[in-house]
Design a protein around this ligand. Structure first.
Ligand SMILES: Cc1cc2nc3c(=O)[nH]c(=O)nc-3n(C[C@H](O)[C@H](O)[C@H](O)COP(=O)(O)OP(=O)(O)OC[C@H]3O[C@@H](n4cnc5c(N)ncnc54)[C@H](O)[C@@H]3O)c2cc1C
Length: 455
C-alpha cells in the first residue's frame, strides 16, 4: 500500500524519527512537527531533558535502529562510539552479585542520547520525502465534520510569534512523549480519554558527566550497580560514551532521591552496595553540574481499551506508554512499536491503520511493562497496585536465577536476552533452567542474607 497523501508525526524525538522513517515507505510526504529548534550539534535540548542522563540502548533497540537506518552502524564507528559486548565489556552487579565475564555475542552501543538522536535525525533527513517543521507545536487535531476521521493538525509557532497554521494529512501519528495531549484532543472530537495505569516507585535520578581519567584501566566500559530492593533502593550506572566521557547516573527509589549537590552526590555514590562506581568517579574530572530528574512513573494510557477510535490517528512511544527509565527500555519499546506500526501499514488498508496499531500495541509493550512494574513492586513505597501471588513467585524465581547465573554463562546469556528485549521473559522458565533454579534455594538464602547486611 502506497498512499499519495501525506503523514504527520508530532514530536521529533527518537520515536517520532523512527516512525517517520517507516511512514516514508508508505506516504509521498512525511512532516515531523517539533516544538523545539534542534541544536546544531549533538546537544541536549529543552524537549528532551532526559538526554542529560544515562541512556542505555538495549541490544534489541540497537538491532531495530540498524535495520531502519542502514549505514548507521558505520557512521557510529566513524564517530568513535564504542561497540559493547554485553557481559564482556560490561560489569553488572545485581542481587546475585557480579555477573560472569563472558562472550555473550550480544552487542549494543555505548552512546549519549544526544548523539544517537542527532545521528538518526541526520540519516532520516537524507530521505527526500521527510521534512521537519522546527519551532512549531501541535495544538489540536482536525477532523472530518462527521468526527470519524482525523484529517490533520493545527500548529502554532513557538518563540514569540502567535502564528497558527493547519496541516492536512491522511495519517497523524502522535509521538510527543509523556506530555502528549492526545487524551484531551480525542475528547474534543467526542471520543473517550483512555484509562491510565500508573505505577510509581518514586525513583529519582541525579546525573553528572565526567572526563574519563587518563590511564584508567578496567576491563569494563560500562558499569551497572542495580539496587537490591527492598533492602536497598539505591543503584547507579557509569557508561563510557563518545569523546572519552563518562555519563554517571545515581538512582534511588522509595523517595530516596539522590542529591544534586557535590557532597551529597558523592556520599550517595559511596553508599552503593559495591564501591566500584564511587572509586571511579572520585578520581575523575566533572564536566559540569549535577542534573536531577524525578518524573519516572510507569504510565500506560490504554488506548487499546477504547471502543471507538477515529481513522487516521495513532499514538505511540512514551505518549502511549512510558516506563520507569531505570530499566533502559523506553527507546527500545518505542522501536518495537514502530515495527508494529510498520506491520500494520504493510498488512491492511490505510484508514484502519491507527486502530489496528492501537489494538496491537499491547504486544509491543507488555513484556517490558511486566518486567519494569514487577521490579518496581519490590519497593515498599510503590503506588499503583501490589504484586499478586504469581508475580511474587516470579520475583523469587528471578532472584534465584540471578544468583545462579554468576556461575553459569548459559543462564547469564538468557538473562541478558530477556532484559534486552530479545527474548520473552518466559524463556527463563525453560526446563533446563527451571530445574537448576528450583534446586538452588539454599544458595539464594545465603546471598540474600549478604545483601541484607550490605543494605
Ligand atoms: C531520566 C530518563 C532516563 C531515561 N533513560 C533511558 C534509557 O536508559 N534507555 C531508554 O531506552 N530509554 C530511556 N528513557 C526513555 C526515553 O528517553 C524515551 O522513551 C525516548 O526518548 C522515546 O520517547 P518519545 O520519542 O516517545 O518521547 P520524547 O523523547 O519525550 O520526545 C517527545 C518529543 O515531542 C516534542 N513535543 C512534545 N509536545 C509537542 C507538541 N505538542 N508539538 C510538537 N512537538 C512536541 C518534544 O519536544 C520532544 O522532542 C529515559 C527517560 C528518562 C526521563
Amino acid at each position: 500500500m502506497m498512499s499519495d497523501g501525506s503523514a504527520i508525526v508530532i514530536g521529533g524525538s527518537l520515536v517520532g524519527l523512527m516512525a517517520a522513517r517507516v511512514l516514508a515507505d508508505y506516504f509521498e510526504q512525511v512532516t515531523i512537527i517539533e516544538r523545539d529548534r534542534f541544536p546544531a550539534g549533538p546537544e541536549p535540548r529543552a524537549g528532551v531533558p532526559q538526554a542529560r542522563h544515562l541512556h542505555v540502548l538495549l541490544a534489541r533497540g540497537n538491532q531495530i535502529m540498524q535495520r531502519l537506518f542502514p549505514g548507521l552502524d558505520a557512521e557510529l564507528d566513524a564517530a568513535g562510539v564504542s561497540r559493547v559486548e554485553l557481559g564482556y565489556d560490561t560489569a553488572i552487579y545485581t542481587r546475585g552479585g557480579w555477573g560472569p565475564r563472558f562472550h555473550s555475542g550480544i552487542f549494543t552501543r555505548s552512546i549519549s542520547r544526544a548523539l544517537l538522536e542527532h545521528t538518526v535525525r541526520a540519516r532520516l533527513l537524507a530521505y527526500g520525502r521527510v521534512s521537519i517543521l522546527e519551532g512549531w507545536q501541535a495544538d489540536g487535531l482536525i477532523a472530518h465534520p462527521d468526527g470519524l476521521r482525523v484529517t490533520g493538525v493545527t500548529i502554532q509557532a513557538r518563540g514569540g510569534s502567535a502564528e497558527t497554521r493547519t496541516l492536512d494529512a491522511a495519517l497523524v501519528v502522535d509521538a510527543s512523549g509523556r506530555a502528549s495531549r492526545a487524551p484531551e484532543w480525542l475528547q474534543s472530537l467526542g471520543y473517550d480519554a483512555p484509562q491510565e495505569t500508573i505505577i510509581n516507585a518514586f525513583l529519582g535520578y541525579a546525573s553528572r558527566w565526567y572526563e574519563k581519567p587518563a590511564g584508567f584501566a578496567t576491563f569494563w566500559k560500562d558499569l551497572l550497580i542495580a539496587s537490591l530492593p527492598p533492602y536497598n533502593a539505591r543503584g547507579g550506572g557509569l557508561w563510557e560514551v563518545e569523546d572519552g566521557r563518562w555519563v554517571v547516573t545515581l538512582a534511588g527509589a522509595n523517595r530516596d532521591y539522590p542529591p544534586t549537590d557535590e557532597a551529597g552526590f558523592m556520599d550517595f555514590a559511596r553508599s552503593l552496595p559495591v564501591p566500584d562506581l564511587y572509586d571511579a568517579i572520585r578520581q575523575a574530572r566533572p564536566l559540569g553540574e549535577i542534573y536531577g530528574y524525578r518524573r519516572t512513573e510507569n504510565r500506560w494510557r490504554h488506548y487499546e481499551r477504547l471502543s471507538r477510535w477515529p481513522e487516521g490517528f495513532a499514538v505511540l512511544g512514551d505518549a502511549a506508554c512510558g516506563f520507569n527509565p531505570i530499566y533502559g527500555q523506553g527507546m527500545t519499546v518505542g522501536a518495537l512499536q514502530v515495527e508494529m506500526l510498520e506491520s500494520c501499514l504493510r498488512t491492511g488498508d490505510l484508514p484502519g491503520v491507527g486502530w489496528r496499531f492501537q489494538k496491537g500495541m499491547r504486544a509491543a509493550v507488555q513484556a517490558a511493562w511486566l518486567m519494569a512494574t514487577g521490579e518496581d513492586f519490590r519497593y515498599p513505597a510503590t503506588e499503583g497496585g501490589r504484586p499478586d501471588l504469581a508475580s511474587r513467585l516470579v520475583q523469587r524465581y528471578v532472584d534465584r536465577f540471578q544468583v545462579l547465573l554468576a556461575d553459569d554463562t548459559k543462564m547469564a546469556r538468557a538473562f541478558l536476552e530477556v532484559t534486552n528485549l530479545m527474548q520473552p521473559p518466559e524463556s527463563l522458565f525453560r526446563p533446563a533452567f527451571a530445574w537448576r533454579v528450583l534446586r538452588g534455594g539454599s544458595l539464594d538464602g545465603r546471598r540474600a542474607a549478604a545483601h541484607r547486611a550490605a543494605g
